[in-house]
Design a protein around this ligand. Structure first.
Ligand code: 8YV
Length: 315
C-alpha cells in the first residue's frame, strides 16, 4: 500500500524525522519558502498533519487540505489548532498528554528556585570574578515554607504542587472547581484572591479562548512587589503588556517564563530586565520526554491509518 501523504508543520529531532519518513510521504511545510505554492501542489493529497503544540494548525491551513483526516500534535496543548474547523469536517485531533507532565513541572519548580535564589546571577557573579573583586553575592530569598498559588490544577499543576509540598509550602490553587484529588490544598476560586496570598504564583492551566489573559493586571499586581510569577503554560494565559509594565515598575517582584507572545521572538522589553528569567519554551525539552512524545504522536497516526482507536484523541 502506498504511504499516506503528511504535512509536517515544524522540525522534529532526527529520530522522529526518520520514523515519520519511514511511514509517510512527508512534505515539510516549515522548509517551503513559498507555502502557498506548496499547498497548491500537494494540499489535495495530504491526509495527515504532524505539528507541535505551539504551532498547531489554523482554519486557513485546514481549509487548504480537502482530504485531511487527522492532525497529530507533538505536544499536550491544542490551543493552536482550530478545533471548530477540524470538528466541522470530522477531522481527528490528537495530542501527547501525560508523558511530558513531570518535565514541565520540574522546569516550573526549577524556575521558581532559580529566580528566588538568584541562581543565574550567582553564576555570573562567580564566573565574572565579581566574587573576588566585590565580595559576597547579594542575599536572596528563601523558598522553603513559602506560600504557593497554582492556577490550574490539571496534570501539570498537580505535579508542580506535589513538588512544592516537599518544600513545605502552603499550597492553594484555583481551577474551575475544587479537586477531590487535592484534599490537602486550599481551593480559592478567584485568581486575584489566590495571587494575593501567594509568594509564588504558578500558571499551569491549559490555554483556550476562555483563559486568554486570565492572569491580567489585577492578578499580576496581586502577586505583588515581593512575589514571583512562573509561567510554563502558554503566553496567552497572561497579559504580557501588563506583565512587562509590572516587572518594569516593580509592582511585580520577578518572573520566570518559558513562553512568550510571538515566540520565538521575545519582546525586547524582557531582555532589558534583570528581574525576569527567560527560557526558550523548553519545559518538555528533555531527550527522554521528547522521544516519548514523538512515539505517542506516531502511535496516534499509526492507529488512525490502521482504523484503530486513537490512544490520545482530543476530538
Ligand atoms: C513543546 C508544548 O514545546 O506540549 C506542548 O503543548 O508546547 C511543548 O511541549 C512542543 O510542542 C514540542 O513539540
Amino acid at each position: 500500500m502506498s504511504k499516506p501523504e503528511l504535512l509536517q508543520i515544524g522540525p522534529y529531532p532526527e529520530w522522529d524525522q526518520a520514523a515519520l519518513d519511514e511511514s509517510y510521504v512527508v512534505h515539510k511545510y516549515f522548509e517551503a519558502d513559498d507555502k502557498a505554492a506548496l499547498l497548491a501542489e500537494v494540499g489535495p493529497n495530504i491526509r495527515a498533519i504532524a505539528t507541535r503544540g505551539e504551532l498547531g494548525a489554523d482554519a486557513e491551513l485546514i481549509a487548504a487540505l480537502p482530504k485531511l483526516e487527522i492532525i497529530a500534535i507533538n505536544g499536550v496543548g491544542y490551543d493552536a489548532v482550530d478545533l471548530d474547523a477540524a470538528k466541522a469536517r470530522g477531522i481527528r485531533v490528537t495530542n501527547t498528554p501525560g508523558v511530558l507532565t513531570d518535565d514541565v513541572a520540574d522546569l516550573g519548580v526549577a524556575l521558581a528556585l532559580a529566580v528566588s535564589r538568584g541562581v543565574v546571577g550567582g553564576e555570573a557573579w562567580a564566573r565574572s570574578g565579581k566574587w573576588a573583586s566585590e565580595g559576597l553575592y547579594p542575599l536572596q530569598h528563601k523558598v522553603t515554607g513559602k506560600r504557593a498559588g497554582v492556577l490550574g490544577l490539571g496534570r501539570i499543576g498537580f505535579e508542580v504542587a506535589k513538588r512544592l509540598a516537599a518544600f513545605n509550602m502552603e499550597i492553594a490553587y484555583s481551577d474551575i472547581s475544587a479537586k477531590d484529588y487535592a484534599p490537602d490544598w486550599e481551593f480559592i476560586a478567584d485568581p486575584v484572591a489566590l495571587a494575593l496570598r501567594s509568594d509564588f504564583f504558578f500558571v499551569t492551566l491549559s490555554a483556550s479562548a476562555e483563559t486568554r489573559h486570565i492572569v491580567n493586571k489585577e492578578v499580576i499586581e496581586a502577586v505583588g512587589p515581593d512575589g514571583i510569577l512562573i509561567n510554563v503554560s502558554r503566553a496567552s494565559n497572561v497579559d504580557e503588556e501588563a506583565l512587562l509594565d509590572a516587572l518594569e515598575s516593580g509592582k511585580l517582584g520577578s518572573a520566570g517564563l518559558d513562553v512568550f507572545d510571538g515566540e520565538p521572538n521575545i519582546n525586547p522589553r524582557f531582555v532589558a530586565l534583570d528581574n525576569v528569567l527567560l527560557q526558550p519554551h523548553q519545559a518538555s525539552g528533555t531527550i527522554e520526554t521528547r522521544k516519548a512524545m514523538g512515539q505517542l504522536m506516531r502511535d496516534n497516526l499509526t492507529a488512525h491509518f490502521a482504523g484503530q482507536e486513537l490512544p490520545t484523541a482530543v476530538i
